[in-house]
Design a binder for this molecule. Sequence first.
Ligand code: ADP
Ligand code: MG
Ligand code: ZN
Length: 661
Amino acid sequence: MNKDGSGDPRKNKKNPKNSGPNFPFGGPHLPDMKPFKGWKFSILYILILVVGMSLFNYVFLNRVNPTIDFSEFKAKITSGEIKRVELTDSYFTGYTSLLKREPLPASPLKNPYMPPADTIYRTVPLNDPDIIKLMDEKGVAYYAVSREGSTILNIIFSWVLPIAFFFFIWRFLMKRLGNMGGNVLSVGQNRAVIVAEGDIITRFSDVAGVDEAKDELVEVVDFLKNPKKYTDIGGKIPKGVLLVGPPGTGKTLLARAVAGEAGVAFFRMSGADFVEMFVGVGAARVRDLFKQARDKAPCIIFIDELDAIGKSRINNIAGGNDEREQTLNQLLVEMDGFDATSGLIILAATNRPDVLDPALLRPGRFDRQVLVDRPDLKGREAILQIHSKTVKLGPQVDLAAVARSTSGFVGADLANIVNEAALLAVRGGRQLVGQKDFEEAIEKTVAGLQKKNRVISPQERRIVAFHETGHALVAAFTPGSDPVQKISIVPRGFGALGYTLQMPVEDRYLMTEEELLGKIDVLLGGRAAEELVFGKISTGAANDLTKATDIARKMITDYGMSSRFKNVALTQRGAGMLGPQSQEPLLHREYSEATQQYIDEEIAHTVGKQYILVKDTLGRNRPLLDTVAGLLLEKESLDEKEFKNLLEPVTGSSGFQEISS
Ligand code: ADP
Ligand code: MG
Ligand code: ZN
C-alpha cells in the first residue's frame, strides 16, 4: 500500500500490533505513514496535557472526598456538619464552612479566611424536594452553580473530541483518495502503486513459439546482467524495446521473462494507468516511475499497452487530449533524459503499432522493435507442452494433433484450451485429461473465436497456401529476384492472412527494367496461383495489386520506361530534400488528359502482360505448386532451406520487399 511501508513499531507504544484504520485515540496513529508521525506526537502531547490538567484540578481545586450516599449527605446537613451546599447538575457538594470562597484560591495557605481543614462532601443529587426544606430549616447556605468542577469533561467535549473527530474524518478521506503523500496537491500521484517486483520466476523457457523475439531479447538480458561488457567497449545499448504483436501472443510474458532471466527489478505499468482524469497526473506518474527506477537500476520498466498513451498526437485534430499529450511528452522527456549506460531498459508492448506517435520510435527511444507473432504449428505444440506440464495427461493425448487443429490460435488461447480441457476432465470425473477433452475444449474456443473473426476456414487456408506459394515460386523462377526466406500461412500481425518474405542479397539503389518487371511478377504470383488452382480469384490479392500497379505506373511516369514516353519524366518531383525514405513529395502532374489516358492503358497493358506470363510459368510448374502448397498447409511455414529442397532442379531469385497477400 505504501512506499515507506516500514512503519516504525517502536513508536506505537500503546498498541503496537494494531495497524488498522479508524482506531480512536491511543491507537497507533497511522503507523505506516511518515507524514503523520508529527501528528502522532501532537496527540501524545494533548493527552499528557489533559491528564496533567485533570490531576491539577483534582489535587488543588477540589479537595473532594469520594462521593457519599445521598442519605448520608442529608444526615450531615441534619447534624449541622455541612454548612453550605453547592448545587450543580451532576453533584451536590457540601462544605463544612459557611464562607463562600470564590473564585477558588490557588493555594489554601494564602487565603487567610480559609480554615485549614474545610471538608468537602459530595453526592449525586436525587430529585428530593425535602432537601431544600431541610437546608432552609438548618440554615444551610445553598446556591446553584452551572457545571462547576467538570473541567476535564469540558476540555474533552469542547476540544479534544471535535479535533479528534475531524482528524479521523480527514484521515479517512485521505485514505479514500489513496493518497500516500498526505498532501492534497499530490492527489493520486501514486495511486497506481508502482512497486518494483523482484524475484520474477518467469524464464524464457516459459515462452514458446516466438523464437525470433526471444533471440532479440537475449541480448537485452545480457546487457542487464553485465552492462560493463558493453560500456567498456563503447557500445551503444538500446534504451527502449517495443514488443509488437497481436493480443495474447505473450508480450507481457516475454517482458517478465527478460526481467526474470536478468534477475533485475521489474516495474510494470499499463498505459491506461497513466491516463487520469486530472491533467498533469499522468505526467507526474511518469516522472515518479522513472525516478524510482533510476534508484533501483539495473532494472526494467515495462509499459504495457503503450498505445493508450502513445497515440499519435497528429491524428488528434478534433480537440485532442491534453492529459494524454502531457503524459506522452513527459515519457519522451524521461526517455531522452536517462543515460543508456545506467542499466535501465524500457520495454513496452502494443498491438497497435500503427497508431503510435512517430516520436516514440525515433532513435534513442523505442528504436528497437520486436515482432511477437502468432505461433506456427511447432510453436503451438511447444506452448501446449509448457502449459500442460502441470496437468495430468492421459497416455493417448497427442499434443501435436491439438496443435494441428488450432491454426491461428495465440498462446493465450492455447493456455486457455489446456485449462478448459482439464476442467472438462474434472467435470466428467476423470483422473486424467484425455484427447476428447482437448477436442471439446478446442471446439468451444473456436466457436468463441469465430465470432471475433479470428479463425480461418479450411478452404480459406487452402487459398492462402496456394496464394503464398504462387509468390514464392514466381520469386524463385524470376532471375535476379531476392531469395525467399520464409513462406507462412500463419496469419501475421495485422490483417495479412499469410506472407512470403524475401531478403535482398545486397543493398540496391538502382533497378533495371527487368528487375522492376520481376517485382511485378512476384506480386502477381499470388493471384495467378489462385486463379490457376481454384478457377476463381479472391480479394486476398488487393494489396499485391496496389503495389504492382504502383510499380507499373512509376515505370511510365517516373522512369521513362514506356514506349511512347521513352526517357521522359511525366511527374515533377517536389523538393525531395528529405531523401527517398520520407514521404512521397508532392507531385504535380504536368501532362494532358490524353497522356493520363495513355498512362492508364499502359499500366493495364504492362500488368496484364506480366500476369499472363506468370500464370503460364506457374501452370507449367503445377506439380511443384501443389507439392509446396501441400507441405505449407501441413507445416504452416517453410523456411528458406525447406523451400529450396522442394525446388532442387530450378533455382533462381528478386525484389526486396515483403510480399503479403
Ligand atoms: P499479451 O501481453 O501479448 O497480450 P500475455 O503475455 O499477457 O499476452 O499472454 C497471456 C497468457 O497466455 C500468458 O500468461 C501465458 O500463460 C499465455 N501465453 C501467451 N503467449 C505464450 C507463449 N508464447 N508461450 C507460452 N505461453 C503463452
Ligand atoms: Mg499483455
Ligand atoms: Zn499476396
